[in-house]
Design a protein around this ligand. Structure first.
Ligand code: SAH
Length: 373
């Protein structure tokens, strides 16, 4: 018998016990939190306190909750609330703040806080004080990266990693709220990722943001490039949120050129789902149309778009392209944008031009791309 075999015979290998992660509390409703405290042999009113500390006081750990006894706090200290950690923060001159948040597995996600100040009006380009804040919008991400690979979008040029969990979506809103020291009033699901590819977590985060964080459904906007069947699926929930659809082209051929996923989704089918959405929810749909110079910004494109949307309860949001390093597109000049607008006006198509905020901090639409800077 060799020395080695004697050693191995006397010390059997220790079996590896797999640690099952404990689900975080963030994202849970008042009744779920009440059930949970009762399972921990605590009185039901502790559920309400926990709810308040998580959603209103932005507790990051159960040990922070000083209304709980020290003994109990210590016994549940391992239960995660589910907050991210701030990895990087940058502010643009217009007051827009971009955050890179680190998740529990080390992935980085981007979120943007967009303040609108009373003094300066809606299109202000100057930062003001937090007491002058009229509106605080958060642009949330639903995925780490995005698999849709739209040709004009920085997120689509990066690597897609995974869906975000419900608590990781809600956390972004609490982070902005905490940082600004002001209630978030509006949320746009226009950050990294395609919300309708992560439909369950997106819907449950909407439920939580509405019921637990207290943001009205009409102040929530979900933006999608369209996934076959999912707009109808969303309509069945009969939410009062605003649906924004990234149309970006007036015909199938042009749409396929700039949005690879359009190959599997005919524009007629997408518009038919949008019509059903209007009928089922009673809410008008907003169509986003990015203006790319010389690609989709000619008056003839506007005429074609108007024909597509004739009789449709909708609103067209024109977004002049925000430049990204990885693409050669150009933003059209003012005259080109005006010519497009006039063509829409001729057809009585409701529209607005959305100049993105946060351009100076690379925080504008389409410029989000998780990096470790
Ligand atoms: N995946 C969803 C939401 C994320 S993108 C969607 O496609 O709608 C949010 C919005 O920003 C979309 O309308 C998107 O087309 C637009 N966008 C992407 N890149 C852009 C860019 N470089 N300039 C302007 N808007 C852009």
């Amino acid at each position: 018998m060799s020395v080695n075999s004697v050693v191995s015979a006397s010390k059997p290998p220790v079996p590896q016990i797999q640690k099952i992660p404990i689900p975080p509390l963030l994202g849970a409703s008042l009744s779920e939190l009440t059930d949970w405290v009762q399972q921990q042999e605590q009185p039901a009113y502790r559920g309400k306190q926990l709810h308040q500390w998580i959603y209103q006081r932005a507790a990051r750990s159960l040990t922070d909750i000083t209304v709980f006894s020290k003994q109990w706090r210590e016994s549940v200290a391992e239960i995660p609330v589910g907050r991210s950690t701030l990895h990087h923060r940058s502010t643009a001159p217009d007051g827009t703040v971009k955050y890179l948040l680190q998740l529990i597995d080390g992935e980085i996600v981007e979120t943007v806080g967009i303040p609108t100040f009373k003094k300066w009006g809606k299109n202000n380009r100057q930062a003001g004080n937090s007491e002058d804040l009229e509106r605080l919008t958060v642009c949330v991400s639903t995925q780490v990266g995005c698999p849709m690979a739209c040709d004009f979008c920085a997120t689509g040029k990066g690597v897609y990693k995974r869906n975000l969990a419900r608590h990781e979506i809600v956390d972004q809103v609490l982070t902005v709220q905490e940082d600004f020291g002001h209630r978030v009033t509006h949320i746009v699901f226009m950050g990294m990722g395609e919300p309708l590819l992560n439909v369950d977590n997106t819907l449950s985060s909407i439920q939580c943001l509405n019921k637990d964080v207290g943001i009205g459904q009409r102040n929530l906007t979900l933006s999608t490039v369209g996934i076959p069947g999912r707009i109808r699926h969303l309509a069945k929930h009969r939410l009062q949120i605003t649906l924004a659809v990234s149309l970006h082209a007036p015909n199938q051929e042009l749409r396929e050129e700039i949005i690879p996923s359009a190959h599997k989704y005919q524009i007629e089918e997408l518009l038919a789902e949008c019509r059903d959405y209007v009928e089922m929810t009673g809410r008008r749909v907003s169509f986003e149309y990015i203006l790319l110079a010389g690609v989709n910004d000619l008056p003839e494109h506007a005429h074609q778009l108007s024909r597509q949307l004739r009789g449709f309860q909708s609103h067209v949001n024109l977004i002049p392209y925000n430049p990204i390093q990885e693409a050669d597109y150009k933003r059209p000049n003012y005259e080109r944008i005006q010519a497009f607008v006039q063509a829409l006006e001729k057809h009585h198509i409701a529209h607005s031009v959305r100049y993105s905020r946060g351009l100076e901090a690379d925080a504008a639409c389409g410029q989000l791309r998780a990096s470790n800077k």
